[in-house]
Design a binder for this molecule. Structure first.
Ligand code: SR1
Ligand code: MG
Length: 416
């Protein structure tokens, strides 16, 4: 029955796992479509007696968010190959992947049901004491070790070919790099109280468009490392002890800063929400919320600083190019990674507020005045990250930009 592609429903998912031998024919299974992303279908199939469960992820021919996006099913193969690579390199930080089916455009993987999507954990103000350590290990192990500096350059070029991902790269090129800097009414979805402000601050800023153009050509041409390509807090499962990265369907050989910048920006959405939207928590929790904002700031600092440290350590241990043995070469390389990360951090902040695909951290702020302010602070920060990316060299520099953006917004509000 599963020898020709069709979009599965929950009952098909039950038949599928039985036919493929994951469960016996008489197992009592229940299945539910649980996907909340913009693109694919995700089924959880569970044995009601043993409790054993599995995930099937299936890619249709177009994105869920809009049928404007027609997508090659090859993305499912790429995601499966990426998860396989991650399982070899960082098994503790990803789900186990069990099977791939190129006819049904799906794969089967471990169910991480006991964990929570990180965006939801942050919205619930859960502290994740190991996140910065885990994610920086993930980033260095998957990024540094897939560069020409650590990998055999011929093998690396084969990988570049294996992970060519034109449709998903096109989505990023359009949604992240082009549309938020253009009055692209057809797809940009602006919060109305900020429309005029965004038109002035973004669409009319030619210098900004020039900087973004540089970053866009870099994204399109720099085959630096095998990047995840969509490493936001909706692509990470967590609990207080655990971090598991999922969803690498946007993977390709691109700039390291794309992954790092996404992680940082998505921590900043939670930061903006809790720092400037008091209505999102009960009044009596004000001190707890303040402490949570401090925890988010510490985490942003640690992600940047530990990444730099671990990258340099990995370089000292495993760089194989003879020209890479000079410590100053390593330091200059990492400085550029951080500049690229800052640029992408700005792009991600901007596109989730101005573009088509939003984040819950912002759109669920119930008070319009608060949301207006949070968006403006993050958008001001976005511009600083893009323009000043070459001068950001530590985690503290990232926080400094957030503080500058806060101050500018306060001054503007008070008419100073
Ligand atoms: C059409 S897809 C919109 C967004 O969802 C994905 O998760 C990526 O972030 C993409 O930009
Ligand atoms: Mg995704």
């Amino acid at each position: 029955m599963f020898d020709q592609f069709f979009v599965m429903k929950a009952e098909d998912a039950v038949r599928y796992v039985k036919e493929k031998g994951f469960f016996t024919n008489d197992a009592r299974l229940e299945a539910k479509e649980i996907g909340d992303g913009n693109i694919n279908f995700v089924f959880r199939v569970r044995d009601t007696e043993s409790g054993k469960s599995l995930i099937i992820k299936q890619g249709g021919e177009m994105a869920r968010i809009s049928d404007e996006f027609k997508l090659s099913s090859d993305r499912v193969r790429i995601e499966y190959e990426m998860l396989t690579f991650y399982n070899e390199r960082v098994p503790d930080l990803v789900p186990e992947v069990l099977a791939y089916d190129d006819r049904m455009h799906c794969f089967v993987s471990e169910d991480l049901g006991s964990l929570t999507i990180m965006r939801d954990a942050l919205l619930a103000r859960r502290r994740l004491p190991h996140f910065a350590e885990h994610i920086t290990t993930f980033l260095v192990e998957t990024l540094f070790y897939t560069t020409d500096i650590a990998m055999d350059p011929k093998e690396k070029k084969r990988w570049v070919g294996k992970f060519i991902n034109p449709d998903l790269c096109e989505i990023t090129e359009d949604l992240v790099y082009t549309e938020p800097y253009t009055d692209y009414r057809h797809r940009n979805d602006l919060f109305e109280p900020n429309r005029a402000w965004i038109e002035r601050m973004f669409y009319e800023d030619k210098a900004l468009r020039r900087e973004v153009a540089q970053l866009k050509w870099q994204f399109m041409t720099e085959a630096q490392a095998l990047i995840h390509g969509d490493l936001h807090t909706g692509s990470i499962f967590v609990d207080e002890q655990t971090t598991k990265v999922i969803d690498p369907e946007f993977a390709f050989y691109g700039p390291i800063g794309y992954d790092v910048g996404n992680v940082l920006a998505n921590l900043m959405f939670a930061w903006g929400r809790f720092a400037y939207a008091p209505s999102v928590a009960p009044k009596e929790n004000v001190t707890e919320v303040k402490d949570y904002v401090a925890w988010l700031e510490e985490t942003i600092v640690q992600v940047a600083d530990r990444l730099i440290e671990k990258f340099l350590q990995a370089w000292a241990k495993d760089a194989r190019d003879p020209l890479a043995r000079d410590k100053e070469v390593a330091e200059a390389y990492v400085r550029r990674v951080m500049a690229d990360s800052a640029g992408v951090c700005g792009l991600e902040l901007a596109r989730r507020i101005i573009g088509l695909a939003h984040v819950k951290d912002i759109v669920t702020i119930p008070d319009d005045e608060e949301r207006k302010k949070v968006e403006r602070i993050l958008l001001r920060a976005a511009k600083h990250f893009i323009f000043e990316r070459h001068s950001l060299t530590s985690g503290a520099d990232f926080i400094q930009i957030l503080k500058t953006a806060e101050m500018e917004e306060e001054q503007d509000e008070s008419g100073a």
